[in-house]
Design a protein around this ligand. Structure first.
Ligand SMILES: Cc1ncc(COP(=O)(O)O)c(C=O)c1O
Ligand SMILES: N[C@@H](CCSC[C@H](N)C(=O)O)C(=O)O
Length: 433
């Protein structure tokens, strides 16, 4: 659907405060017929047999499982590193909502990427973006330095730049969309098609942390593997670390499982329980977080700030984003033109907690260059045109007027806006990098 068609959509929805709500997520085609209802329903509808009919998955807090004989291999579970009923229940539920044949739950988002990266062999080439989460950049740099993996960072928003780099030696293309923290959009279907044309064995891997399965299903548009940090939207409360990997190819899934069992990074029973509980409220949380984020992005833009958010028509890749995604998410960033001023704003906020991470019910404010992306050295950040003054807002479920009021107060207190009878006006930026 062309982006502009949305305004003509008779099903356009507003929340109780009259703010626009994102379009109802279209149910994406169930890959293996397991998904019967709309995603919001499937999130809470769990299948699984429990001997006592427990409506919430029990936590099988046990490292080992008694065996009926010593001959081995007859029972589903023997040791929690290899498998645990709470984790299995979660993984089946995740496979359903991620439109995948198989999902695997591990101890963090970085753990998920580590497991995936073990599919690579020395000499393999990886193409990835020039705006990536700092921890992803750090792990890729480690692989390039210590494991003889060749990593090419290119502007993945430019399909031709990716095309020029692709060769038969490309074994993996690793994409983030929207990118963290510059909120750039990547054309996953076109890149996946090109990568597979040039090397049919190339694996297209998408980090879907920023959107979650609520808003995007990369496997439906050509990706081979999708992973996300379950620490963020999937769990939603910043009370666990988790990672999720999903794919459709049984042979790839078996290799990933082999690494998880061999290295022992499977998600613990207790965290599997908490992730399962969090996932059930994903739809309602994301709906509120997104509508808040849209209002805040519009507020900042209307006061003269350069805002990066795919829910704004001014986003240079607005149409591309809406061609595959079902919502804009709840992470946005904006610039002030001056890193010292940005720091004053961040430190003046009260309701917005200064914290890394996103996807939680609480709203967070941060300066990526000094916090989440500090693991990318200053020279590389400059080369990649990452503005030092950028402020990232990760919007939660609070009352949107309270959030805007607190942000306005912080902007005034920091001297970022002048206040006149016409309202706020952003102070002319000193120097936007
Ligand atoms: C886009 C993205 N991918 C992956 C990760 C890694 O997830 P985790 O912190 O759960 O290891 C993060 C944040 O940490 C992230 O922002
Ligand atoms: N000290 C941590 C920083 C984690 S950043 C978490 C999250 N992905 C974000 O973007 O805020 C580290 O070095 O990994």
């Amino acid at each position: 659907m062309a982006a502009d068609d949305k305004s003509a959509n008779p099903l356009k929805r507003v929340d109780l405060d009259g703010h626009d709500l994102p379009p109802s997520p279209a149910p994406s085609s169930p890959r293996n017929g397991r998904r019967r209802y709309a995603l919001a329903t499937e999130l809470v509808y769990t299948e699984g047999k429990d001997q006592y009919g427990a409506s919430s998955t029990p936590i099988y807090q046990s490292a080992t499982f008694k065996q009926s004989s010593a001959s081995g291999g007859q029972q589903e579970y023997d040791y929690t590193r290899s498998g645990n009923p709470t984790r299995t229940h979660l993984e089946r539920h995740l496979a359903k909502i991620m439109n995948a044949n198989r999902a695997l739950a591990v101890s963090s988002g970085m753990g998920a990427l580590d497991v995936i990266s073990r599919l690579l062999r020395p000499g393999d080439e990886v193409i990835t973006g020039d705006d990536l989460y700092g921890g992803t950049h750090r792990l890729l740099t480690y692989l390039a330095t210590n494991q003889q993996i060749v990593v090419h960072h290119v502007d993945t928003t430019d399909v031709n730049a990716v095309k020029e780099r692709l060769s038969e030696k490309t074994t993996m293309v690793l994409l983030e969309t929207p990118t963290n923290p510059l909120i750039k959009i990547v054309d996953v279907p076109s890149i996946a098609r090109l990568a597979h044309e040039i090397n049919e064995r190339a694996l297209v891997v998408v980090d879907n942390t920023m959107l979650s399965p609520m808003l995007f299903n990369p496997l439906d548009v050509g990706a081979d593997i999708v992973y996300e940090s379950g620490t963020k939207y999937l769990s939603g409360h910043h009370d666990i670390m988790a990672g999720v990997i999903a794919c459709n190819d049984a042979a790839i899934a078996d290799k990933l499982y082999f690494t998880i069992n061999s290295t022992g990074c499977g998600l613990s029973p207790n965290d599997s329980f908490l992730l399962m509980r969090g996932v059930k409220t994903l739809a309602i949380r994301m709906e509120k977080q997104q509508s808040n984020a849209q209002a805040i992005a519009e507020f900042l833009e209307s006061h003269g700030f350069k805002v990066r958010y795919p829910g704004l028509k001014s986003h240079p890749q607005y149409d591309l984003h809406w061609a595959t995604a079902r919502g804009a998410g709840a992470v946005l960033s904006f610039e002030t033109g001056d890193a010292v001023l940005s720091q004053r704003i961040v430190e003046a906020a009260r309701l917005w907690t200064i914290s890394v991470s996103f996807g939680c019910v609480n709203s967070l404010i941060s300066m990526p260059c000094q916090m989440s992306h500090a693991s990318i050295d200053a020279k590389t950040r400059r080369e990649r045109q990452m503005p030092e003054d950028i402020i990232r807002l990760c919007v939660g479920i609070e009352d949107v007027d309270d959030l805007i009021e607190d942000l306005s107060r912080a902007l005034v207190q920091a001297g970022a806006v002048t206040v006149s009878l016409d309202g706020f006006q952003a102070v002319e930026p000193v120097q936007t990098q």
